[in-house]
Ligand binder design. Structure first.
Ligand SMILES: Cc1ncc(COP(=O)(O)O)c(C=O)c1O
Length: 357
């Protein structure tokens, strides 16, 4: 006798449990409070400077960063690119980490759109060496490109959310000053860094000329980033944003969620950090996986799988088959990122699924 008829969908649901998505904190969805704020936001045409909600968010962001002015941009990438284009002219040199988001993931826009010469340096745990930075900046000479800018990143994505400590950050800013460079901080996750250091974000922005931070990562907004700096810097950034086609009309629908994020989503990032530690401790006892527990400083866990026979992509596929999604950091690592959609039970479930994969 054939058994009861089941749809293909219900069969596959039985075989693969609902995925636990640990690919990135960018996968977070807006909160009910954000959706409510979006639905009721006061709106206007922001390219006429007439959107009150955008203006409120920009004022909040500037105050939070301890700087004079801020500009809402659609993405972190655009915020970084605008900063590069305001600080430097085509042909100028920019000193930055070879593994920084700007150098590694931004599709070469610093060269193709900003026309800048990268001077890439290696960092350790996201920390550039101040002496190497100093050594990379040549004297001004007619024959050389002009060194103009140092880019920093905190937390540091490719090292697995590592925090550049405040003292180290300050030393880098000091070298840049001494060498006549401006400093831009890619602070996509600067709130995570400040929470991990037990300081204010303004402590990190004190020595820099501009900072970009993202609303769309652990803060759970659907999109949006803020570029923050002096009033003159932001006035020029506004022009460059328009040049790149980034002027927006009723952008208050983005800003409304951002205001909720700054008001109520920052402190809870500490929970994501605690869950990353819980995940790391759980996975450390799984055969074949190695985790540097000291390196789990914020919401990311780098899992070293070199003791297992599979490539990173093969192992990711095995994990996906049991319903755990991560990101490849081939050839040896998978990156897992915690965020507000994971509670302790979800984290424990992820560990047991991975152990059984
Ligand atoms: C450190 C860092 N900077 C910049 C960005 C770019 O942000 P967006 O994806 O909004 O362009 C990211 C995105 O993950 C990031 O991790």
């Amino acid at each position: 006798m054939p058994g009861p008829v089941r749809s293909a969908a219900s069969c596959s649901l039985q075989r693969v449990p609902a995925p636990i998505n640990l690919r990135s904190d960018t996968q977070t969805l807006p909160t009910p409070a954000m959706l409510q704020a979006i639905a009721t936001a006061d709106l206007g045409d922001d390219t006429y400077d007439e959107d009150p909600t955008v203006q409120r968010l920009e004022a909040m962001a500037a105050a939070r960063m301890g700087m004079a002015a801020a500009l809402l941009v659609p993405s972190g990438h655009m915020g970084n690119l605008i900063a590069l284009m305001v600080h430097a002219k085509p042909g100028d040199e920019v000193v930055l980490d070879r593994d920084s988001h700007i150098a590694y993931y931004e599709a070469g826009s610093m060269a193709s759109l900003a026309g800048l010469m990268p001077i890439p340096l290696l960092s350790v745990a996201g920390r550039l060496d101040p002496d190497e930075v100093a050594g990379a900046v040549r004297e001004r000479d007619l024959h050389y490109a002009t060194p103009r800018l140092l880019c920093l990143e905190n937390t540091h994505n490719r090292s697995g959310g590592r925090v550049v400590p405040l003292t180290h950050h300050a030393a880098l800013c000091e070298v840049a000053r001494a060498k006549g460079l401006a400093v831009h901080l890619d602070g996509a996750r600067i709130f995570n860094a400040a929470i991990a250091q037990g300081c204010e974000v303004a402590d990190y922005t004190r020595g820099v000329d501009s900072v970009m931070f993202c609303l769309s990562k652990g803060l759970s907004c659907p999109l949006g980033s803020l570029l923050v700096g002096s009033a003159t810097f932001i006035a020029e950034a506004d022009r460059v944003r328009r040049r790149l086609g980034g002027g927006m009309r009723q952008a208050g629908i983005i800003a409304a969620a951002g205001i909720v994020a700054l008001d109520s989503m920052v402190d809870r990032l500490a929970e994501d950090h605690a869950r990353a530690r819980r995940l790391a401790h759980g996975l450390a006892s799984v055969d074949g996986l190695a985790i540097d527990l000291e390196a789990v400083e914020t919401n990311m866990v780098m899992v070293d799988h070199s003791a297992l026979p599979w490539t990173t992509h093969e192992l990711l596929a095995r994990w996906a088959a049991v319903g755990v999604l991560g990101s490849a950091r081939a050839p040896r690592h998978i990156r897992l990122v915690t965020h507000r959609h994971h509670d302790d039970d979800v984290i424990d479930d992820a560990v047991s699924r991975i152990a059984g994969a």
